[in-house]
Unconditional design. Structure first.
Length: 258
């Protein structure tokens, strides 16, 4: 298939590069349009109040690539309408550095929003994310996004899972369905890790900012939130804790259902 791949961690992300390599290895025609800089927690924002630049970039995984000085949503819009030589058959977003599981994170996720932009163009779409430990996340930030060997091995396995899952998930969502497949890989992902069908956990995520400092500013504090899901609910968070791959179908046509 002809795939457009984006992310919210930036075009230099190793997680993005591993995903593209895995997709190319199984025969997909891949194009990449990714942000110049990290755009985590930006949601579906578009750059309304300033011009957005795009330029050819060094090929990611041997694929034609562009860097866009904007959000993931900007990337998908601009790529489909102006950069790609032909309309893609689907949009793939990720692999994100960190989980995108639960209502508290899905709605704010730039990765999920990149996939959603594909759905808004009438295309099937998938968002892939890799759960990491707090220590791994902090190490990535300090090392310029270069994962340690153990994490790199996990991401490679997750990318192979993603490439295997793509054909079936896309086949399920033809015909402008306004559906996103949201897939999260556990911290320890193995070739035999099972895929669990899940729903987003019901997470409350309060107290995300510090009190006002002497300089008048508030600083973001990362929190996973408080799980208030009904006990019997098969949630994405529960699957990840159990070491399973979480697959949630986000059907946006059900918003406001009565």
């Amino acid at each position: 298939m002809r795939l457009l791949v984006t992310n919210d961690d930036g075009i230099g992300s190793v997680f993005l590069h591993d995903l593209v390599a895995a997709l190319v290895a199984v025969g997909h025609e891949v194009f990449v349009a990714a942000p110049r800089h990290e755009q985590s927690w930006i949601g579906a924002a578009k750059s309304r109040n300033r011009p957005v630049s795009s330029a050819r970039a060094e090929p990611v995984g041997g694929s034609r690539s562009w860097v866009v000085d904007g959000t993931p949503s900007d990337c998908v819009n601009i790529a489909i309408d102006h950069l790609l030589p032909a309309r893609p058959e689907a949009v793939i977003s990720g692999i994100n550095v960190g989980l995108n599981a639960s209502l508290g994170f899905i709605i704010a996720s730039g990765t999920v929003a990149g996939a959603w932009e594909g759905a808004l163009h009438g295309l099937p779409a998938i968002a892939f994310s890799q759960d990491v430990t707090v220590d791994e996340y902090e190490s990535l930030k300090k090392c310029g996004g270069q994962p340690a060997a153990a994490l790199r091995a996990v991401v490679s396995v997750s990318a192979a899972h993603a490439a295997r899952l793509v054909p079936d998930l896309l086949a399920q969502t033809q015909g402008r369905p306004f559906i996103i497949h949201n897939v999260n890989f556990p911290q320890t992902c193995r070739p035999d890790t099972p895929v669990r069908r899940t729903v987003p956990a019901h997470m409350l995520v309060p107290k995300l900012f510090t009190a006002q400092g002497d300089d008048g500013t508030h600083r973001l504090i990362f929190r996973l939130g408080d799980d208030v899901s009904p006990p019997a609910l098969a949630t994405d968070r529960a699957a990840l804790i159990a070491g399973e791959i979480s697959h949630s179908v986000l059907d946006y046509t059900r918003l406001g259902v009565i």
